[in-house]
Design a protein around this ligand. Structure first.
Ligand SMILES: NC(=O)c1ccc[n+]([C@@H]2O[C@H](COP(=O)([O-])OP(=O)(O)OC[C@H]3O[C@@H](n4cnc5c(N)ncnc54)[C@H](O)[C@@H]3O)[C@@H](O)[C@H]2O)c1
Length: 259
């Protein structure tokens, strides 16, 4: 264990699995304290208790980030349990993929409620505490969908573009308060979400092979590789990084097309 995040008390959303859980484990290995949120109560309890059993400082609460009132209460609870928060990682998100004209109002609302408003609900609950204590860090887990478009994935990329907009806006608004707000943009990452995406095709094995072929290195990221970037971005190792986005996609988004 090292101590790059020894003074950090971090709230992480969507932390019961995938990228959020990998980030939780990575920051704990750097001596941080965490408060984990997820709407999947059973999985959250199981993973959080396992980490507590390993001796880490972990609090947790089942909550839906679309419920602003519940999130405000959870932030109070987090403060009581692990102390005044000084970092927030907005990771919870869902794929909502459709054709523009086939997108229902329910799909549109679910996409924006979770991927954008949910992140804002958490910022709104945490920011007053960060301001009061003289600074802090917010990291929004965006996506390469925040600046590129894959056809047939409407309206998910719109919400991620907006999340990047929110990152820039809040980064500027709160820089005078010593608060850094940044986004991390993964490409494809090996989580359940991506397995579900492959399974949505008639031939999931062929879909997976196609995804791998898109990548210059012939593979997609592990959640742990995304977590390494997150640790750096919330640490004091990049004190002047603000209102920007770090892409971690193995080169996927800069190629004109695969070779
Ligand atoms: N996996 C990828 O390829 C990939 C790529 C780019 C960006 N991302 C982004 O990374 C983040 C995490 O993705 P993942 O692949 O680890 O997903 P995942 O589905 O494996 O895990 C997401 C977690 O968030 C929780 N969650 C979802 N909606 C919630 C809500 N309303 N309230 C509270 N918790 C909620 C889920 O229960 C789940 O445990 C998302 O924002 C996603 O858009 C993922």
């Amino acid at each position: 264990m090292s101590s790059r995040l020894a003074d950090k008390r971090i709230l992480i959303t969507g932390a019961a699995q995938g990228i959020g859980l990998a980030i939780a484990k990575a920051v704990l290995r750097e001596d941080a304290s965490v408060y984990l949120i997820d709407r999947d109560e059973m999985l959250l309890r199981e993973e959080s208790e396992r980490l507590k059993g390993e001796g880490y400082r972990v609090g947790y609460a089942a909550a839906d980030i679309t419920d602003a009132k519940a999130i405000a209460a959870v932030v109070e609870q987090a403060r009581d349990e692990i102390g005044q928060l000084n970092a927030l990682i907005n990771n919870a998100g869902v794929n909502v993929f459709s054709e523009p004209l086939e997108t229902t109002d329910e799909e549109w609302n679910r996409c924006f409620d979770i991927n954008l408003k949910g992140a804002w609900n958490c910022c709104k609950a945490v920011l007053p505490g960060l301001i009061k204590q003289g600074g802090g860090v917010i990291l929004n887990i965006a996506s390469t969908h925040a600046f590129t478009i894959i056809p047939h994935t409407f309206p998910y990329p719109l919400a991620k573009h907006a999340l990047l907009g929110m990152t820039k806006s809040l980064g500027l608004e709160y820089a005078p308060r010593n608060i850094r707000v940044n986004a991390l943009a993964p490409g494809y990452v090996a989580t359940q979400k991506v397995i579900d995406y492959w399974n949505s095709f008639p031939d999931p094995v062929a879909a997976e092979a196609e995804t791998m072929k898109l990548h210059p290195g012939g593979r997609i990221a592990t959640p742990e590789e995304i977590a390494l970037a997150a640790v750096f971005m919330i640490s004091d190792e990049c004190p002047f990084m603000n209102a920007t986005c770090l892409t971690v996609d193995g080169g996927l988004s800069v190629q004109q097309h695969p070779a």
